[in-house]
Design a protein around this ligand. Structure first.
Ligand SMILES: *Cc1c(COP(=O)(O)O)cnc(C)c1O
Length: 369
């Protein structure tokens, strides 16, 4: 029998494992920062009708420029953006792949600030871009000097600034991003996957000033459309042109485009729980603090907390009680997404039930965050 070891796999992929959060069927799923509220019956029907309409033309290729969807996304974002400022793909993971294919590649570097999103190294590897990282401050924030010094040192062509950052929920101010764009000529990608939950303003405000600034967004989180696979970016039209070169032909299916347009028409409903979910996360953080946990200041729909003496054991004990959260971030921490009130009650009760053993060393990163 043939195995992977017998195949001419690319040398840099040998030994690699397919990566991703466990997809387990349990009553309480709080591990991948999804919106816990599904679309309403009305929106579902409209999506179904839109797919039926799209199916009438499925013998033809879809609009490979996805122009109508890009127009809708531009008007959703506002800030004077038009369709030529928008690129859209199958999740922001494909957006990142397009950006790194266009602006990274062999001999080039992409720089990120850890701890951060665990998928970035995969996008870098797949596009043969060298992934280099610099640590955030001990409280997980960034400032312009830290970023610019890292750029000077690492000489990347692309810098990833994630705000709110995953898994910490930490935001980076517009002033910092503005200064980085003024002081460097690299492609600055601001990953705003959780921006709708945040109080800190969006980097969209800076796009007119900085042609090398890219703001990446997704419909997977606040928009409650993770299953639809729609991510997008806003940038100078020249950046969009670069992505158009490297995208696979007809990358975004007619059904995806149709469903995303329905979702955007119903943005009021789909985004209707965003403030509530951010509030749920903040309430959970306040509760954790009363119980003596270390909690990272977050503006996203999730919370990073610890520091557990054995985080895997706590993760497993929660799972044994039907609750799936995420084992990620700095050692000793776990991340939980904001769920429904019932889901959060289950999580709080389970934590009280487990009464985990905490780390005793109070001097290490995260304890004071
Ligand atoms: C969830 C997430 C995304 C979204 O990925 P999609 O491919 O759009 O589902 C992007 N960036 C970060 C930091 C995330 O946490």
């Amino acid at each position: 029998m043939i195995t992977l070891a017998d195949l001419p796999l690319r040398a840099d992929l040998i030994g690699a494992e397919p990566y991703g959060a466990p997809q387990l069927v349990v009553p309480v799923v709080l591990n991948v920062n999804e919106n816990p509220y599904p679309p309403s019956e009305v929106v579902r029907r409209e999506m179904a009708d839109a797919v039926v309409d799209a199916a009438a033309g499925l013998n033809r290729y879809p609009d490979r420029e996805a122009l109508e969807l890009r127009r809708d996304l531009a008007s959703y974002l506002g800030h004077g953006l038009g369709p030529d400022n928008i690129w859209v793909a199958n999740g922001s993971n494909e957006i990142m792949s397009h950006l790194l294919t266009a602006f990274g590649g062999p001999g080039r570097r992409v720089l990120a600030f850890t701890p951060t999103y665990s998928m970035y190294p995969e996008y870098a590897r797949n596009t043969c871009t060298q992934y280099v990282t610099v640590s955030r401050h001990p409280d997980f924030t960034l400032d312009a000097d830290l970023i610019c010094d890292a750029i000077d040192e690492q000489q990347p062509t692309v810098v990833l600034i994630t705000t709110p950052n995953n898994p910490t929920g930490t935001t980076t101010s517009l002033e910092v991003i503005d200064e980085v764009c003024r002081r460097s000529d690299v492609i600055v990608v601001v990953d705003e996957a959780y921006q709708e939950f945040a109080r800190t303003p969006s980097a969209l405000e800076l796009l007119q000033k900085h042609p090398r600034l890219v703001v990446s967004r997704t419909m997977s989180k606040a928009f409650a459309l993770a299953g639809g696979r729609v991510g997008y970016l806003a940038a100078h039209p020249a950046v969009v042109d670069a992505c158009r070169i490297v995208r696979l032909p007809y990358h975004l299916s007619a059904q995806t485009q149709a469903v995303a347009r329905v979702a955007l028409r119903h943005s009021d409903e789909l985004l209707g729980r965003v403030d509530e979910l951010a509030g749920t996360a903040r309430d959970f953080e306040a509760w954790l603090r009363t119980r003596g946990y270390a909690v990272v200041d977050s503006e996203a729909n999730f919370t990073l907390f610890g520091r557990f003496a054995d985080r895997h054991d706590v993760w497993q004990q929660l799972l044994d009680r039907g609750i799936l959260i995420r084992e990620t971030g700095p050692e000793g921490f776990l991340r939980a997404s904001a769920g429904t009130p019932a889901e959060m009650a289950a999580l709080r009760d389970a934590l009280d039930d487990i009464t985990p053993t905490m780390q005793t060393d109070t001097t290490t990163q995260g304890e004071t965050a």
